[in-house]
Design a protein around this ligand. Sequence first.
Ligand SMILES: CC(C)(COP(=O)(O)OP(=O)(O)OC[C@H]1O[C@@H](n2cnc3c(N)ncnc32)[C@H](O)[C@@H]1OP(=O)(O)O)[C@@H](O)C(=O)NCCC(=O)NCCS
Length: 131
Amino acid sequence: MKKNPKMTRIFYDELVNENRITFIYTEHNQFIAEGSLVFKNDDPEYTIPDKRVYLSHMIVKEEYRNRGIGHIIVDYLIDYAEHLGYEEIALGVDADNFNARHLYEKKGFTNVLRTEEDEYGKYVKLLKNIK
Ligand SMILES: CC(C)(COP(=O)(O)OP(=O)(O)OC[C@H]1O[C@@H](n2cnc3c(N)ncnc32)[C@H](O)[C@@H]1OP(=O)(O)O)[C@@H](O)C(=O)NCCC(=O)NCCS
């Protein structure tokens, strides 16, 4: 994994400002996986105040994949957003990340907002209604 100081800084600031909430999945006190919600960013396709929240940085340690942990985390994030009163949840996923896309589609992220390209390649913005 490559270090990315710019992203680290953004995540840190979001956490400190309570604009990001990160949930950690552990087994025997060991980090296994994480997923986050971000409440405000500068992209209205990802966040709309009090309406749309952004699912960010889902990752399961490689040796723990395909055991259903990804499903557990996405379900948890959706429930959490719903309890906070959000109506929609959005995310971005690399176009060629078929594992993640399969998972998100199963969880109801079936509304494709747009396909875009940045310095990391093509990605798809997906939306799910949770109300
Ligand atoms: C995407 C990711 C979070 C999924 O986590 P996970 O714990 O493996 O997910 P689960 O075990 O709950 O479910 C995986 C699903 O993908 C399926 N799957 C696994 N490998 C697959 C493949 N190569 N092609 C298609 N589907 C695949 C599993 O069978 C399961 O599907 P099912 O619900 O039909 O049984 C995990 O692969 C990961 O951390 N990837 C790297 C980080 C990443 O890409 N994050 C997403 C950024 S948007």
